[in-house]
Design a protein around this ligand. Structure first.
Ligand code: CP
Length: 337
C-alpha cells in the first residue's frame, strides 16, 4: 500500500481534498448522532510537539480515542528529535511502534526530514511554513456557513493580517479549490513571492483568483469570510513595537472594518487569539463570528484525516485467525507455566 503523508495541501488534488472533506462531514454527522464508528480499533498515534498546543493536541488525542485508537502525547523536549539521535533514526523507530505520527515542529525542514524517513503516515500539525490540518477544518467551516445560494468556488475569502503559516495554508487551499482569495496587509507583511506564485499556479488550474493589497477596507468589500491570525508569535517579541505600529489600527478586525463587508460575512480565527489586538472582543463574540465552530471542527477534521490515512493500512484479521493465534499462545503458556 502506498504510504501517504499529510504535509501540505499542495500534495493533493482538488478532488482528493473534497473527498477528504466529505469523509470528515460523514464522521461529524455520525458523531452528532452519538454513533462514531470505531474504525481505528487498536491503532496508535504518536503526537510529537516542539511547541505547546491546545486545539491540535486535544483534538488529535480525543479524536483517536473516539475512533477506538490510542494516542501518545510527547511534549516538547520529551524525545530525541534531531538531538542525540538523527531525525531519520527517530522517525524509523517511532514508525515501528505506531500506525500514524502527528508532529508540530518549529522548522518545516524538520517535518520534511521526518517525512523522508517515517514508514507510517505523518501528519503536519503546524510548522513555521504551514498548518494544513487547520485549513482543511476552515474550509469545512466555510462550507457549513456558506452564504445562501453560493457554492464553494464562489466564496470570497479575505485574510487581514500578517503572512503567517496559517495565511500560506489558507491561501493555497482556497486557490486550489477555486475560491477567490485576498490578502490585506502592510507591504512588509504581505505573502512572499513564492507563496503567491504557487497560489497563481493553483488558480490557473482551479479557476480561482488571488490578490494582495494594503487596503483592508477595499479587501473586505465583497468578503464572505474575513480571517485573521496573530500579529506576532513566540520568538518575535523584539518586533512587537514595529509590528504593532504597522498593523494597528488599520488592520485590526473590529466593528468598523466588519461594517465595510456584506452583512452575511463571517469572522474566522484559527486561535489562539490576542483579543483586542488583531481582533476585538466585539467581533470575536459577535453573531458573525464562527471561531468556536472552527475550533470544534478541528476534532472532526482530525478524525477524518486519521481514518483517511490509517484505515486502509490496518490489518483487519478474521475472528478465526485471531482465535488460531490466541489458541497457540495459550497452549504454549500452559505447556511452560
Ligand atoms: N489553531 C491551533 O493550531 O491551535 P493550537 O496551537 O492550540 O493547537
Amino acid at each position: 500500500m502506498e504510504l501517504k503523508h499529510f504535509i501540505d495541501t499542495q500534495d493533493f488534488s482538488k478532488q482528493e481534498l473534497l473527498d477528504l472533506i466529505e469523509l470528515i462531514r460523514m464522521i461529524k454527522k455520525a458523531d452528532k448522532q452519538g454513533a462514531t464508528p470505531r474504525l481505528l480499533e487498536g491503532a496508535s498515534l504518536a503526537m510529537l510537539f516542539e511547541e505547546p498546543s491546545t486545539r491540535t493536541r486535544i483534538s488529535f488525542e480525543v479524536g483517536m480515542a473516539e475512533l477506538g485508537g490510542h494516542a501518545l502525547y510527547l511534549k516538547p523536549g520529551e524525545i530525541h528529535l534531531g538531538v542525540r539521535e538523527s531525525l531519520g533514526d527517530t522517525a524509523q523507530v517511532i514508525s515501528r511502534y505506531v500506525d500514524v505520527i502527528m508532529a508540530r515542529t518549529l522548522k518545516h525542514e524538520t517535518m520534511e526530514g521526518l517525512a523522508k524517513y517515517a514508514t507510517v503516515p505523518l501528519i503536519n500539525g503546524l510548522t513555521d511554513y504551514n498548518h494544513p490540518t487547520q485549513v482543511v477544518c476552515d474550509v469545512l467551516t466555510m462550507i457549513e456557513h456558506a452564504p445562501a445560494g453560493k457554492k464553494l468556488e464562489d466564496f470570497n475569502v479575505t485574510f487581514v493580517g500578517d503572512a503567517t503559516n496559517v495565511l500560506s495554508s489558507l491561501m493555497l487551499i482556497c486557490t486550489r479549490l477555486g475560491m477567490n482569495f485576498t490578502h490585506a496587509a502592510p507591504k512588509k507583511y504581505q505573502a512572499p513571492k513564492q507563496w503567491m506564485d504557487w497560489a497563481h499556479e493553483n488558480c490557473k488550474v482551479s479557476g480561482g483568483t488571488v490578490r494582495v493589497t494594503d487596503d483592508p477596507i477595499e479587501a473586505v468589500k465583497n468578503a464572505d469570510f474575513i480571517y485573521t491570525d496573530l500579529w506576532w508569535w513566540v520568538g518575535q517579541e523584539a518586533e512587537i513595537p514595529e509590528r504593532q505600529a504597522a498593523f494597528m489600527p488599520r488592520y485590526q478586525v473590529n466593528k468598523d472594518l466588519m461594517s465595510h463587508a456584506p452583512a452575511h460575512c463571517k469572522f474566522m480565527h484559527c486561535l489562539p487569539a490576542s483579543r483586542g489586538v488583531e481582533a476585538t472582543d466585539e467581533v470575536m463574540d459577535s453573531a458573525q463570528s464562527v471561531i468556536f465552530d472552527q475550533a470544534e471542527n478541528r476534532l472532526h477534521t482530525e478524525k477524518g484525516l486519521l481514518v483517511w490515512l490509517v484505515y486502509p493500512r490496518l490489518h483487519r484479521p478474521s475472528s478465526e485467525l485471531k482465535a488460531v493465534h490466541k489458541g497457540q499462545i495459550e497452549n504454549f503458556l500452559e505447556s511452560k507455566f
